[in-house]
Design a binder for this molecule. Structure first.
Ligand code: NAP
Length: 469
């Protein structure tokens, strides 16, 4: 753990293992209530210093962290690949994106400002001026999931520092390594001691303590719906942002450019073995192009290379745990028993599942309704755009969705009607740039990330008004 600028251990070690084969990677230590208290106390003690720091000082620290994380690219990529089992070529992309998130956070620190309020727009406002300023909330608890252990943490830590807050970060139990490496990087970049603390250990025990701690002002959580809803219930009047799950859908109209759509659907469905919150899980294809799409898509999926995550050629590696792979396997079995056709893949070896394509997945199955979070996608035919939109919306989730069509009328017709936080035209919903506003509706969460938007969530607007004498 990393508390108040010092590495801390406890008497409760916890092994980090390579998900692919269970081999030993590292040992970290489980926090108890004592370490949670110490981390929050360190963050609280550093809060006045961060609050008083200038925007330029914060921007400089973030800019240095951007540069140092790129300099440590291979070391960070290996940590990410080893802790979450992500293919190394994807882990390198994650490091580049995390650096980008820090760079944008640095730029946004320079742009943090309020506005002038035109008080004399009201009859009683004559000779009165006012402005708003944005003030840090204080101590932010950042809780992150296993699937993008580095970049999703930077989406919380970067904006929190830009806003002048201090942070207690709890990474997922399976993926604590890149978080600890980043804490050391921030330390070397001049971040005041205590401004960033990392506590490791099971969310089920230390998570509750962190979220209910009286000195924590805000909880920013990325993870499952189940845990997010629970945290919101515990948080009382604390500020909360929740980035939760999805079962992303893409529509392919009959005029879709399949040369573009096929490779993007493959990448969208199978990057990090589908363990991406905006992974393509449901593809709705106009019946006139359904057979051609299914054939071309399946051919491309069969060419994906399965293997060890550290092999630079690997496209598909393991899921995070064997039980998770068994769950995905059971969802595929349930869908085929209900009438879906297994077109390719689906075999499991330990935690790795061969990329699976199913055709015509019945809407009542978990594969159609839930979040698969695995290398499996359902391809379904439809007859009209309204039908496709209705089927996309027949979901409890609403993070991102997409459409492929050359007809802008149709594209914007769908864009206005699909219930999501982000809609992509001629792109799969798995597309994200790190400065985009990003977040969901329905069970996909509340609040937005992307440094500019996260800074808004992590600051309080204060009005300062004065009467001109
Ligand atoms: P998870 O099980 O909900 O865990 C997320 C984090 O919450 C982990 O750090 C976990 O710690 C912690 N946690 C668990 N129980 C807790 C509790 N009672 N109190 C406080 N913290 C607790 O999610 P995951 O399996 O790591 O990640 C997959 C999920 O994240 C998927 O649903 C995916 O869609 C979602 N996700 C969403 C986005 C987005 O931006 N919308 C991005 C990525 C992932 P432990 O590991 O110690 O249990």
């Amino acid at each position: 753990m990393y508390i108040g600028g010092r590495l801390v251990s406890t008497s409760s070690p916890q092994k980090v293992e390579l998900p692919y084969d269970g081999s030993y990677v590292a040992t970290v230590y489980r926090a108890s209530g004592r370490e949670v208290d110490a981390a929050v106390a360190a963050a609280k003690a550093a809060a006045p210093l961060m609050r008083e720091s200038t925007l330029d000082e914060r921007a400089t620290i973030l800019r240095k962290a951007y540069e140092r994380s790129l300099a440590a690219r291979e070391e960070l990529a290996l940590a990410v690949s080893s802790e979450c089992g992500k293919p190394i070529k994807e882990a390198r992309i994650e490091v580049d994106r995390a650096a980008q998130t820090l760079l944008v956070s640095s730029e946004e620190a320079h742009r943090l400002h309020g506005e002038v309020v035109p008080m004399d727009a009201a009859p009683a406002g004559k000779n009165r001026w006012a402005m708003t300023v944005r003030e840090p909330v204080g101590v932010v608890a950042a809780i992150t999931p296993f699937n993008f252990p580095l970049n999703l943490a930077m989406h919380k830590i970067g904006p929190a520092i830009a806003a002048g807050n201090t942070v207690v970060h709890k990474p997922a139990s399976t993926t604590p390594l890149s978080a600890l490496k980043m804490a050391a990087i921030f330390d070397a970049c001049g971040l005041p001691q205590g401004a960033l603390n990392v506590i490791t250990g099971p969310g089920g025990t230390i998570g509750d303590m962190l979220v209910t701690h009286p000195d924590v002002a805000m909880i920013t959580f990325t993870g499952s719906v189940e845990v997010g809803v629970r945290l919101r219930g515990l948080a009382g009047l604390k500020r909360v942002t929740l980035e939760l799950g999805n079962n992303s859908a893409v529509i392919l109209e009959e005029d879709a450019d399949l040369d573009q759509a096929v490779p993007r659907c493959v990448a969208g469905a199978f990057t990090h073995s589908g363990q991406v919150c905006i992974s393509v899980q449901r593809i709705f294809v106009h019946r006139r192009i359904y057979a051609e799409f299914l054939e071309r898509f399946t051919d491309a999926v069969r060419r994906l290379k399965m293997g060890h995550p550290h092999d630079p050629e690997t496209d598909i590696s393991s899921l995070i745990t064997v039980p998770e792979a068994e769950r995905v396997e059971s969802w595929i079995a349930e869908a085929t028993a209900a009438g879906a056709q297994l077109v390719t893949g689906g075999a499991r070896r330990r935690a790795t599942i061969e990329p699976a394509v199913l055709a015509e997945v019945p809407p009542e199955t978990r594969l159609a309704r839930g979040e698969a979070f695995g290398p499996v996608v359902g391809v379904n035919a439809y007859d009209s755009l309204d039908e496709a939109i209705a089927r996309v919306n027949a979901s409890d989730y609403g993070l991102q969705a997409g459409i492929y069509t050359r007809d802008l009328e149709k594209a914007f017709y769908a864009a206005r009607r699909v219930q999501v936080g982000g809609f992509l035209i001629n792109e799969v919903p798995a597309y994200r740039l790190d400065h985009m506003p990003y977040g969901g509706v329905k069970l996909s969460g509340m609040g937005r990330e992307g440094p500019k938007y996260a800074i808004e969530e992590m600051t309080e607007m204060k009005l300062i008004a004065w009467k001109v004498s």
